[in-house]
Design a protein around this ligand. Structure first.
Ligand code: NDP
Ligand code: MG
Length: 384
């Protein structure tokens, strides 16, 4: 029986993690959860799973929750509280499914306490991948990817030695606007962007998929998780999202992981690794009825954010922190109707161009560059 601490329980990955926990009461128990502001979604989770600890974003949310909750729960608040439940002696597995770089310190602390860490929160690896991986090596912690592409690569690599690897091939669905021209992108709306053809996900990552920044973040995530040079990471468009990613070895063997698009599969694997257990509610893959799979070269001029992410990754230092923070602000402004879709990439490019890179940043430097970039992004966007 594993005690699970779930950060971001009210989100898309959070709710699917709860499905996995509920399907296997003999394997998992929900020990603690965190959520941001969504009390309406948090309440039924708490009533059903009765976690011992609950973290809410701030005191205001905590008070709102308390007035609606019956029963005796330990409710704490803030970013430090995320760390507190992540390293609690009763936590066996930390599932980090918050959105954004707010998840960074909890990941680092959980690694220091040698917890099993299942990570969906890709912004953590983008903003401070070198720090996370250094700690993971120092404390011999295996970071288990939840992101479907990285779960696929992890399974395809299957522990093979690094020098046999020729390249990693990440697949990209193309997002909500894959069939639109650059011209048509000028007029797209928030609701158009949120309409993803294959996956139902949180708002931020759905917009990231439409700009292709999601794949860009995943390139940086793959670089850190699998210690692979950017030159050995390729992205191809694959609209059906059936092949979740592939690995090519030096003998030209290509190993892929396939499945219907269902995040519960990689979530469950990260919880049961190295074991596998059945997953009753998921559909099995029917290749005959799918009949055809399609692949296409990525068009970097159509999707400039993918190029920005490769650039930021290769430049290194604080540049990925700037890329990530600028993107988080830009997507938030787009979702609030304050900037247009194509202004997302414009904002990111402008902040990257004006950034003076600091090599090998420590945690304080990363946090201050992250905050500075967010302020600059808001100022720059107000001039658009
Ligand atoms: P959602 O937006 O659906 O959920 C985000 C969760 O984080 C919610 O529980 C939210 O709380 C909480 N949260 C947001 N901001 C804060 C904050 N400042 N402090 C504390 N908690 C906060 O996101 P997803 O589930 O889609 O994605 C989560 C992570 O997983 C992201 O990093 C994403 O890139 C990654 N991922 C997601 C996939 C998917 O299929 N959805 C696939 C692969 C990776 P509340 O809503 O209560 O405010
Ligand atoms: Mg993914």
């Amino acid at each position: 029986m594993k005690n699970i601490t779930l950060l971001g329980a009210t989100g898309s990955i959070g709710l699917q993690t709860l499905d996995v926990i509920e399907a296997h009461p003999e394997h998992f128990r929900l020990f603690a959860i965190s959520f941001g502001e969504n009390v309406e979604k948090a309440l039924p989770i708490i009533e059903k799973f009765k976690p011992e600890w609950i973290v809410a974003k701030d005191n205001h949310v905590k008070q709102k929750l308390k007035t609606r909750l019956t029963g005796d729960y330990k409710i704490i608040t803030g970013v430090e509280a995320l760390e507190e439940i992540s390293i609690h002696p009763k936590t066996d597995v930390l599932v980090n499914a918050v959105m954004g770089s707010v998840g960074l310190k909890a990941t680092l602390s959980a690694i220091e306490h040698r917890k099993q860490v299942a990570i969906a929160n890709k912004e953590t690896l983008v903003t401070a991948g070198h720090l996370v991986m250094e700690k993971a090596r120092e404390f011999s912690v295996n970071l288990l990817p939840i992101d479907s592409e990285h779960s696929a690569i992890f399974q395809a690599l299957n522990g093979e030695s690094h020098d046999r690897l020729k390249k990693i091939i990440l697949t990209a669905s193309g997002g909500s606007f894959r069939d639109k021209s650059r011209d048509e992108l000028q007029y797209v709306t928030v609701s158009d962007a949120l309409n993803h053809p294959n996956w139902s996900m949180g708002a931020k990552i759905t917009v990231d998929s439409a700009t292709m920044m999601n794949k860009g973040l995943e390139v940086i995530e793959a670089h850190w998780l699998f210690n692979v040079a950017y030159e050995k990471i390729e992205v191809i468009q694959h609209q059906e999202s059936i092949i979740h990613s592939m690995v090519e070895f030096i003998d030209q063997s290509v190993i892929a992981q396939l499945g219907t698009p269902d995040m519960r599969v990689p979530i469950q694997y990260a919880l049961t690794y190295p074991d596998r257990i059945n997953i009753p509610s998921s559909k099995s893959l029917d290749l005959v009825s799918i009949s055809k799979l399609h692949f296409k070269e990525m068009d970097f001029s159509r999707f400039p954010c993918l190029g920005y992410a490769f650039d930021a990754g290769k430049i290194g230092g604080t540049m990925p922190t700037v890329l990530n923070a600028a993107n988080e602000v830009a997507v938030d402004l787009f979702l609030k109707g304050k900037i247009k879709f194509l202004e997302i990439e414009r904002l990111i490019e402008s902040l990257m161009n004006s950034h003076q890179v600091i090599a090998k940043p420590d945690l304080n430097t990363i946090q201050s560059i992250d905050s500075e970039t967010r302020i600059k992004a808001l100022n720059t966007a107000s001039e658009f």
